[in-house]
Every structure is written in C-alpha cells, then in structure tokens.
Design a protein around this ligand. Sequence first.
Ligand SMILES: [Zn+2]
Length: 240
Amino acid sequence: MILRRISEGIRKQDWFVVTVEIITVVVGIFIGLQVDDWNQTRKDMADEKNFLGRIHEELLTSLDVRGFIRDQRLEDWEILPHLLFDIFEDPERESLTERECLAIQRSSILTANLAEMPSFSALLATGRMSIIRDEALKTALIRFEQHRQTLQNFTRTQGIDLGSKYPNLLKLTPLREDNGNIEPKVMCNLNSLRADQGFLNDFHINVDIFESYITSGLNPIVKSIEPLHLLLDKNLNLNH
Ligand SMILES: [Zn+2]
C-alpha cells in the first residue's frame, strides 16, 4: 500500500507525498525496533530476577549441606601446623590429645568442596551472563565459580592415609557424635610417633599438601561466600 503510494507520488512527481510516505516507513521501522528492544529488555529483567533467585537458593543449599565438613577442615587447620612443630621440635610436649590424634588421622582428607550452582552454570553455558546488570555481582559470581573449580581440583590430590599406613600408631574406634554423625575416636602415642621416621616424613608431606589446600583452595572460597551472598541479597531486595 505504502509502496504503491510512493510509486504513484514519484510518477506524479508529488514530492510531498513521497517524503511523507518515506518518513512514515522510517518511523514505523524505528518504533518496531524500539518495541522489540523494550520487550527483550523486559524479558531479560524477568529472567535476571528468576535466575538470581535460583542462584541464591542453590548457594544457601550448597553451604548448608557441606557446612560441617568445611568447618572440620578449618578446625583441623587450626591444629595441624602447631602440631607438626610440636611433634618435631618441642621437647616439652609429652603427649597428644585425642583431638590432635584425630587431626593427624584426617590430615589426608581434602574434601569440603562446594556443589555446582546449576542455574549459574546454565547462564554461563548459554552466554547469557549479560542479563545480570550489577557488574560487582557478575564479577563475584565468576570469581566464586573459579574458586569452586580450584577447590574441586584439590579433591583429586592424594594425601597419605596415615591411619591405614600406620595402624599401630593411630588406633581408631567408632564414635557417634551428638549430631548423629559417626566419627572415629583416634588414640596415638607421641613417643611412638616420634620414633617412626617414616610416619614423621609422611605426616610432614600431608601437612604441606593440606596447607596448599587451605590457602589456595578452601580459604579463598570461604572468604568469597559472604560478599557474594550480600550482593545477591541486595539485588533481590532480601534482608535476612
Ligand atoms: Zn540471602
């Protein structure tokens, strides 16, 4: 219809009609593009809210499920470095507590990884990270995922299972804790540990590996949890 009017205008050399029709076409295309753009923006904003809500839930679930294992590793790390030097160098130390024997026995355990957040992975995989408008949140999410993968890689590192390798030095019996979890009760004798150079070497190796795991794996992600959670809450207008 418009094309016919334009060609008719050209034929009659009615430049006013031609100009008006061309302007109508251009304005129509412009409005169409704007409406498309507006619809896409509205859809992106709805998707953003939806994805952030799900990521927030997944983060809380992941923290909740693995929290006690993470705390165990951090508590073990408060004990192990001092214990290493006490065993090797402190003549005044004559015995070890059950808790210290447990830390020795667990010094090969490098778990406490955090579960993947499927909604965040889906955003990354589909190239839709741009729907998150808060640059600080976007950066925090990407960093968190990098820390999570680094931590995950540490779980493939093998420490030395001292309880299995030195059964005469570390004696385990089962113990049910107040929260229902089964943990070993570990007995060990400091003089016997000191007399076995093989054990001392292996324990040293475990503490070295554990230190890398804590400083490069677990601590960076633990420190990034709260800032990420605060940013998610801010974007979702949550206060809890
Ligand atoms: Zn929250």
